[in-house]
Design a protein around this ligand. Structure first.
Ligand code: VL7
Length: 135
């Protein structure tokens, strides 16, 4: 049985977030602000149904999906694009492919101990974020 991602996770590192934001065309001022944030992931996993909230003092982003079911994602408050997204298990990892205007867009999550890892990809950029579980 795959791992459970449920919980509140606090960001402890964020590598190349700026590169990722450039790749999705976020303007300079917004990038400077967003780059300062320590975001929180609030995840609820109920079987294959996930709700993910990315929470910060600046903006929040909310996304719900069922594993293996393609959905229309609008990256509201981020780059505001429409994607056809689908998330699948890859072993214990969850891998999202975001099909749309941007090439090679998606993300992967995995858990190791009390750490949650996230890689965000777009075009040639990879951003690596690490979160620690709220006890
Ligand atoms: C991950 C942010 C930057 C615009 C504001 C920054 C606000 C907080 O795809 C994501 O998460 C997945 C995987 O965990 C689940 O939906 C979104 C945040 C990407 C991109 C864009 C800068 C403005 C950051 C919302």
């Amino acid at each position: 049985m795959p791992v459970n991602y449920s919980g509140t996770w606090n960001m402890i590192s964020n590598v190349n977030f700026d590169g990722y934001m450039v790749a999705i065309d976020i303007d300079f001022a917004t990038r400077k602000l967003a780059g300062m944030l320590k975001t929180q992931k609030v995840i609820d996993q109920d079987g294959d149904l996930f709700t993910m909230k990315t929470v910060s003092t600046f903006r929040n982003y909310h996304c719900s999906f069922n594993i293996g079911e393609e959905f229309e994602e609008v990256t509201k408050g981020l780059d505001n694009r429409k994607c056809k997204s689908v998330v699948n298990w890859d072993g214990d990892r969850i891998v999202c492919v975001q099909k749309g205007e941007k090439r090679n867009r998606g993300w992967t999550h995995w858990v190791k101990g009390d750490h949650l890892y996230l890689e965000l990809c777009c075009e040639g950029q990879v951003c690596q974020q690490i979160f620690k579980k709220n006890p």
